[in-house]
Design a protein around this ligand. Sequence first.
Ligand SMILES: Nc1ncnc2c1ncn2[C@@H]1O[C@H](COP(=O)(O)OP(=O)(O)OP(=O)(O)O)[C@@H](O)[C@H]1O
Ligand SMILES: [Mg+2]
Length: 345
Amino acid sequence: MPVFRSSDIGLDLGTSMVLCYIRKKGIVLREPSVVAIERGTGKLVAVGSEAKEMLGRASDDLIVMRPLQDGVISSFDATERMLGQYFGRIVGNRIFFKPRCVIAVPSGATEVEKRAVIETSEGAGARYTYLIEEPLAAAIGAGVDIFSAKGSMVLDIGAGTADMVVTSLGKAVVSDSIRVGGDKFDAAIVRYFKRQHGIVIGTRAAEELKIAFGSAYPRKDAPMMDVKGRSLGGGLPLALQLDSNELTYALSEPLHDIVEHLKDTLEQTPPELCGDITENGICITGGSAQLYGLDKFISEQTGVPCYIAEDPVACVAIGAGKVLEDIKLYDGVLYDYRRGDYYEG
Ligand SMILES: Nc1ncnc2c1ncn2[C@@H]1O[C@H](COP(=O)(O)OP(=O)(O)OP(=O)(O)O)[C@@H](O)[C@H]1O
Ligand SMILES: [Mg+2]
């Protein structure tokens, strides 16, 4: 029977951030999912925040990349090396104490994508890897009582995916996952400015504008913002002062995509549980939950009250970690891929 040790890791292997939770210590690592590799030699130059600083600024002999896209691993080797570095920081080089891992994966991940997560984590030094559905981990981390007979709903919007789940009696009753999140928000902003104002900006600049001025609905008090890039025609540097409410128009398409899936999920939910959700509200987690006015927007669109979890970015890692801390309680949500069944203590 597997016994979980103190060095075991609850891991949120996200498209934009990796968070690690250690039993009884809580979150011990929060780093961007970015690696910098030397072209030609393949030498790992930097990972995490150090590598993120180099994104878009590196010279030709450096490859700076995000090894996960849309919630799943796109570069196997880079993810393994990044995780290897993070595991090393957490457990050191104690080869006899290889950690066991609980890793959250989007509920829409394919079998191949799930297997890639397991192989990558074990290649990076984990002894054994269990998987948990990302929105279930988010629910546990947000403090939602998933064991209650009453229905609860959680929506996790990260950088790559929006995952949603309705829980009751410790199970995911209905869940859905779409490849829309903060990255698609940034891309929508880039497209909007190009089309409407003939200005080309980078995705990092778009993300900064979104975080500083973005809103899910138009605001009366919207400030003006400086948008810097280059002109579409001549390619020369261009700076414009624009109403920040324009970001709301730019974001409307990806936001409506999420709302449509949320409505479909609610439609598939048994009526009693729907009643409970209307009473308790939808809990929103993930970094993109911090978009100004998102709770109000989703509530207006669905007619169901919404609230943002405390520390929304950390919920998935906290949830994966809580599962490690009380493995018996959560055995029904922990998937043991090799056995092809849920964990049995
Ligand atoms: N204040 C903010 N307003 C809007 N978006 C924000 C804010 N702060 C962070 N974000 C966005 O949150 C996203 C990162 O969220 P998170 O760390 O939950 O993603 P992730 O877990 O790595 O991704 P995924 O779960 O999709 O794999 C980024 O797209 C970032 O731009
Ligand atoms: Mg996430």
